[in-house]
Design a protein around this ligand. Structure first.
Ligand code: DX5
Ligand code: ZN
Length: 249
């Protein structure tokens, strides 16, 4: 898979079957307590260097926020960007966590799997066929994640506990980085944690050293942080502070 592709080239990447080792690494990383830097807040003119910096600081899960201008107002990034960072992240022992904030996610999951996604998360609010899409993600060899907005009850995932590997509890309304953490989130994470048992709970939005501890205590295992990492003067130190607050490695 080329590290850099012409933007006018068709996305004809082949779907590589996950090896046993890759699959184990992926499961172990998502099962541990970890901070996942979101490249949404990175400087895209030097994206590779920004990823190298957070991975040197200890990050192994790189979060990729995909927005379509429909499910949420902004349009952000697509499979081309995921493919362009895939070798860099995987060669350094990391994995790619794709967060689809798009309508009709079932139409896009194969492209993201081909682009190197290890986990593909979509929103329960974005499709009428949650379990079909979760199964389709797993059949593509990826971990399957199900996200819910702050206004969506946890019951939205109750019939998908066995089908999903990751449950993403939004701690802001999706669409932009840098929004304030919703204060009721720890209570929701606590209730979600009881519902999903062993599944990984991911939190996303407003995570920083002052908020990570409250959702960690409530049962979150994966902490997405964008502006608190890439918006900091020293992303390495910022990563370490969030990891410490979350009790993460
Ligand atoms: C928001 C995205 C987040 C975003 C978080 O809709 O899903 O992943 O990058 O940004 P911060 O950490 O700045 O709240
Ligand atoms: Zn996200």
């Amino acid at each position: 898979m080329p590290a850099v592709r012409r933007l006018d080239a068709s996305l004809d990447l082949t779907l590589e079957a996950a090896t046993d080792t890759a699959s184990t690494t992926r499961r172990e990383l998502f099962a541990g307590r970890r901070v996942a830097p979101s490249i949404l807040s990175a400087d895209f003119s030097r994206l590779g260097a920004q990823i190298d910096e957070v991975m040197a600081a200890g990050a192994r899960i790189i979060h990729v926020d995909v927005m379509d201008g429909h499910f949420v107002p902004p349009i952000t990034i697509g499979p081309l960007i995921a493919a362009s960072i895939s070798d860099r992240v995987h060669d350094a022992g990391g994995v790619i966590d794709v967060h689809l904030m798009i309508d009709n996610p079932d139409r896009q999951i194969e492209e993201f799997a081909k682009a190197g996604a290890d986990c593909i998360t979509f929103h329960a609010e974005a499709t009428a066929h949650i379990n079909r899409t979760l199964n389709a993600v797993r059949e593509l060899g990826c971990l399957a994640g199900l996200a819910i907005n702050p206004g969506t009850p946890i019951a939205a995932v109750s019939e998908s506990v066995r089908e999903a590997d990751v449950f993403l509890c939004m701690t802001v309304n999706p669409g932009w980085g840098g929004q304030p953490f919703i204060r009721d989130s720890p209570d929701k994470v606590r209730r979600l944690s009881k519902l999903v048992g062993d599944g990984t709970i991911e939190v996303d939005g407003g995570i920083d050293p002052s908020t990570a501890g409250s959702v960690a205590a409530a049962g979150a295992g994966l902490f997405v942080a964008g502006s608190a990492v890439f918006g900091a003067d020293d992303p390495t130190a910022a990563y370490a502070s969030i990891a410490e607050a979350a009790g993460a490695v």
